[in-house]
Ligand binder design. Structure first.
Ligand SMILES: C[S@@+](CC[C@H](N)C(=O)[O-])C[C@H]1O[C@@H](n2cnc3c(N)ncnc32)[C@H](O)[C@@H]1O
Length: 357
């Protein structure tokens, strides 16, 4: 298997390709990527015959910013006969490890979605045939992916369950809460799903915690914090949603988020201010190095050009500033499904925390 299939947001193929090339090179794997603008996927082909299978086990999926989901396989299966697509695809799967599930995907584009019906229809006989051949079993560390790229072309491959997205195509199915004041609420919910393991939510997103929301109006992110039972200082010169204010858990402060300082440290800082990435990163760094917060979710609006380079620059700056302050922290970025021309950052202080000093 020398072929990695990487799903990404349409329009971010170059960033996805630059990132996988960098990460693969750092891990000692060389190859090249194939991209098409707005295709919503990237193909990375390794020089080593089994490079993709090794890479997908070695590179931590969580480290990848622009890849939504991925799988390793032998490459495109072309010239599928429309009367029998099953036989050639089963032949390809022959060399795969048995998988615990079959996931049928499409590129996240309008053209891709049109192939969804074909994938669904095909999944029924494909599943049966895979089960008969013991390629689909009850439990496995692997899952099998199938993507049709046209009626006659498809990619099949595998990904480790523990090192891939928990969501089909990396797209979470989150329901818009009817009482939330803005759709932006889904960004913070998705960020928590991505950055905070489910079993840690009760400790890290706990009742009565204190939070600051910079650029809070009308209150979609504050709504999520309140839903977890937190008390929130919402900083914005714009108006906050009335029903949310009636919860009694929100203190609306009319101020500039870049100059506001908390009276006491808080558990969470969240920031959805649209500004220059370097300015936002500098502000996050100040909050953490001053011990004003323990954990942060923030948005970085990407420039028109050099988008991958800009994120890496902010990441390196934050890492350098944490190191020189003697703070051990995890710093991660992800272009979430609900992010458009932006990425979401997450920083968590591990030690030593100056929190509360
Ligand atoms: C994308 S909106 C935030 C949406 C919010 N997270 C939600 O879920 O409803 C950005 C907000 O940042 C605010 N903003 C922009 N610059 C700001 C600043 N320097 N300080 C505080 N708020 C700012 C704007 O007034 C706007 O309400």
């Amino acid at each position: 298997m020398n072929h990695l299939f990487l799903h990404c947001r349409p329009g971010f193929e170059k960033e996805c390709a630059a990132e996988i090339t960098d990460l693969a090179n750092d891990a000692g794997f060389f190859g090249y990527s194939k991209t098409r603008d707005n295709a919503a996927f990237v193909e990375f082909i390794t020089h080593e015959p089994d490079g993709a299978l090794q890479l997908i086990q070695q590179l931590p999926f969580r480290q990848m910013i622009f890849t939504r989901q991925w799988f390793a396989g032998p490459g495109r299966v072309t010239d599928l006969p429309v009367t029998d697509r099953l036989t050639p695809l089963l032949a390809v799967v022959e060399s795969f490890p048995p998988a615990g599930a079959l996931i049928v995907e499409t590129p996240d584009t309008n053209d891709g979605k049109e192939l969804g019906a074909l994938g669904k229809k095909f999944a029924v006989p494909f599943t049966k045939a895979l089960q008969t051949r013991k390629k689909l079993i009850n439990r496995s560390a692997w899952q099998l992916h199938l993507v049709f790229l046209s009626g006659t072309e498809a990619c099949v491959g595998v990904s480790p369950v523990a090192n891939s997205s928990q969501w089909v195509m990396g797209i979470p199915r989150l329901r818009m809460p009817s009482s939330a004041p803005s759709r932006a609420t889904l960004k913070l919910e998705e960020a928590w799903h991505h950055f905070v393991p489910a079993q840690e939510w009760d400790d890290r997103l706990a009742l009565s915690m204190k939070a600051v929301d910079l650029g809070a109006a009308p209150g979609g992110w504050t709504w999520q914090l309140v839903k977890r039972g937190m008390f929130v200082d919402a900083i914005d010169n714009g108006p906050m949603d009335k029903a949310l204010m009636d919860s009694g858990q929100v203190n609306h402060i009319l101020a500039d988020g870049f100059v506001y300082e908390p009276k006491k440290p808080v558990d969470w800082l969240v920031c959805d201010i649209v500004d220059k990435p370097a300015r936002v990163a500098g502000m996050i760094s100040r909050w953490v190095t001053k011990g004003w917060c323990r954990e942060v979710v923030f948005n970085l609006k990407l420039p028109m050009k050099q988008r991958y380079a800009e994120v890496k620059k902010c990441e390196e700056r934050l890492m350098a500033e944490m190191e020189s302050a003697g703070i051990r922290a995890t710093i991660n970025f992800k272009q979430l499904y609900h992010d458009r021309e932006e990425v979401t950052g997450h920083l968590r202080v591990l030690s030593p925390s100056r929190f509360g000093q």
